[in-house]
Design a binder for this molecule. Sequence first.
Ligand code: MTE
Length: 333
Amino acid sequence: MLIKRKRGWEIAEAKATPESVFFGRRAVLGGAVAAAGVAATVAATRPAEAGWFFSSPKVPLQKLAAMPAPLDKTYKPGRALTPEKAATTYNNFYEFSDYKNCWPLAQKLPTSPWNIAVDGMVEKPFTIGLEDLIKKAGLEERLYRHRCVEAWAMTVPWTGFPLAKLVALAKPAAGAKYIGFTSLEDRKVMPGLDVAFYPWPYTEGLTLAEATNDLAFLVVGMYGHVVPPQDGAAVRLAVPWKYGFKSAKSIVRVTFTDTQPKTFWQTLQSSEYGFWANVNPAVPHPRWSQARERLLGTGETVPTMIYNGYGEYVAPLYADMIKAGVKPTVLFR
Ligand code: MTE
């Protein structure tokens, strides 16, 4: 049998180490009260104006362009932003652990300097330092919803730039149709990599059409400062119309190809986690409903939206597939 042990997402939340072990009960209670206040007042407000409650986790800061960057108001979050502490202490980062409270382990991630290799079907493969890439691409801030396949969700102010800018820099060859993303695999600092059962390194992929959709965003910051290790430093993806596992963290390689890349979760369990993984409340996960989602920070549950509410921007990408009769379980799981 392929799967020999309980995977992280199968562990009942009650069994995960409670946050109080890490923060102390007082800090958690104080945070919860503060979080409720922040959530009530910052809906659709830019982080700098909201005045964040929680200081950034202590990580080595790169000399990045100034943050917060100018806010792109195209994409309205439509709900309160998640308190920073909630978004940065409840994570999926299997290279460190399959427990949600893995953020202390992630602090050892070396984030500077950070290089990204761009290869495969491009005019000329190259490696670029993140600081140079930021200089070329510029930075902006976007407020995005994020919907995990496990049915929790958050709304985050990300700082970064459209993935399309990296694609333009790469000059893909005429036949390139997909982009594969590879996350850092560093056994010195990532204890989760010792779990041999997972198909390391973490990989993900998009079609070129998806990658050049304006919503696809390369993230280097969060809540107005450098993205902390546990959320995918030094650079991660945010593809908010897809389940969260598509948004690969700590990306070190971007490969252009003419064949659909094999992805981490698809390799592990293709019946549950596909290549497309577009959010759809009407297509359940084989083991749970996707109709609703729980908001980090408040615990409130709300209805899930098709394409996570971004259908007006991305539904046309899939219109031909739907017309051709592609099964919903292929497009939406
Ligand atoms: N990227 C890598 N490299 N490793 C991971 O374990 N988890 C994915 C995605 N990207 C993951 C990853 C999943 S399942 C989700 S929901 C999001 O990251 C979680 O992002 P967050 O921890 O910032 O909320």
